[in-house]
Design a protein around this ligand. Structure first.
Ligand SMILES: O=C(O)c1ccc[n+]([C@@H]2O[C@H](COP(=O)([O-])O)[C@@H](O)[C@H]2O)c1
Ligand SMILES: Cc1cc2nc[nH]c2cc1C
Length: 338
């Protein structure tokens, strides 16, 4: 926490001091692509991804300690009926993650990814954003700092996911505040509302936007007023990864809302991030477009809990394996282009 002023000052200072990519490592990776036994450019996005990994890792790319970090939080606004499920599901799913019974457990086992789950004061939901701010500035900054802890094990690839009943309403509010448009344009089915349910949910999101309207010019105010603990923690984790030059894969609609707060503060803040997939949740494609991001996968998924990011981690691992493991034309004695 800042000794000199508002807690958000430290976050602003981190944004102002973000390292950039390693241009030399990226150049070396690009050069190697041309020597590998394949027609130039034929691995398509896999080549881009290998070069992006090299640029952020600052060396020949490798994935030896990939981690999926799942942040869980509860939301006061869930009491307004914005989710198809009760808030108790957040805690129950955290227990399911610990027991190994969730989709993310299976994906981590399949692709050999570490899994860390961080539950954030689940017994104390954040303020109902349609009536008050979700968090105080102190709580919001402290939760961002907590999120930074997921870098402790020094992962070399970090997937960011979440669990939190009600958080698609929160994410819709954040997107509308950051990128403009009405609540209805950003509000979708979440865990499974019908059309009437979506309309009622959008009305609650619009109430929140109207209530906080005078304060939404500052992205950190958007985060603390309209966000939640898991959203703040994800924003902190993405920012800490940037400081340590760890490449990040962002999951779906909700994780993207956390990332978007950083993007709104600095257009280059997500250069170290890939967006794992485009979620089926209304508004995700639009949010990605607003930031100029092209998702790695489009599988019609809308689960959250890091699953879309984990699927994309498999693609990243494959990209790096080709980049590092393939023979060059010289090594294999294969004739290069005529
Ligand atoms: O991130 C997504 O793309 C996504 C889309 C729909 C639902 N979810 C998950 O479902 C929960 C939020 O949905 P809801 O309906 O309770 O707002 C939360 O646990 C999210 O992980 C996540
Ligand atoms: C069962 C269930 C599992 C989830 N995983 C992420 N969000 C979720 C929401 C629900 C309702």
């Amino acid at each position: 926490m800042s000794a000199t002023g508002l807690p958000f000052d430290d976050i602003r200072a981190l944004i102002a001091s973000m390292p950039g990519p390693d241009v030399r490592a990226r150049h070396d990776a690009r050069h190697r692509q041309e020597e590998l036994t394949k027609p130039s450019g034929s691995l398509g996005r896999l080549e881009e991804i290998a070069e992006w990994m090299a640029a952020w890792q600052g060396r020949a790319p490798s994935v030896d300690r990939p981690v999926v970090a799942v942040f869980a939080g509860n939301h006061g606004v869930a009491a307004r009926g914005v989710s198809a499920y009760p808030s108790s599901v957040t805690q129950a799913m955290v227990e399911n993650f610990a027991a190994g019974g969730a989709a993310i457990n299976q994906l981590c086992a399949t692709f050999d990814l570490g899994l860390k789950v961080f539950d954030l004061a689940l017994d104390y939901p954040t303020g109902d954003i349609s009536r008050e701010a979700a968090l105080s500035e102190k709580d919001c900054a402290a939760t961002m700092a907590f999120g930074m802890e997921c870098l402790a094990g020094e992962p070399d690839l970090l997937c960011i996911g979440e669990m939190g009943i009600g958080n698609t309403a929160v994410a819709a509010a954040i997107f509308a505040a950051l990128f403009g448009g009405t609540a209805a344009e950003w509000t979708g089915a979440g865990t499974g509302h019908d059309a009437a349910g979506i309309r009622a949910k959008a009305a609650v999101v619009q109430e929140a936007l109207d209530l906080h309207a005078p304060h939404l010019g500052d992205p950190l105010e958007v985060l603390r007023r309209l966000g939640g603990r898991e959203i703040a923690a994800m924003a902190g984790a993405i920012l800490a990864a940037r400081q340590q030059r760890v490449p990040v894969i962002v999951d779906g609609f909700v994780a993207t809302a956390a990332a978007a707060v950083l993007f709104a503060m600095d257009r280059s803040a997500l250069d170290h991030c890939l967006f794992g997939h485009v979620s089926a949740e209304t508004g995700h494609q639009r949010a990605l477009q607003a930031m100029g991001k092209v998702p790695v996968l489009a599988l019609g998924m809308r689960l959250g809990e890091g699953t879309g990011a984990a699927m994309a981690a498999a693609v990243v691992k494959a990209a790096v394996a080709c980049h590092t493991g393939m023979a060059t034309f010289t090594q294999a004695g294969v004739a290069g282009p005529a």
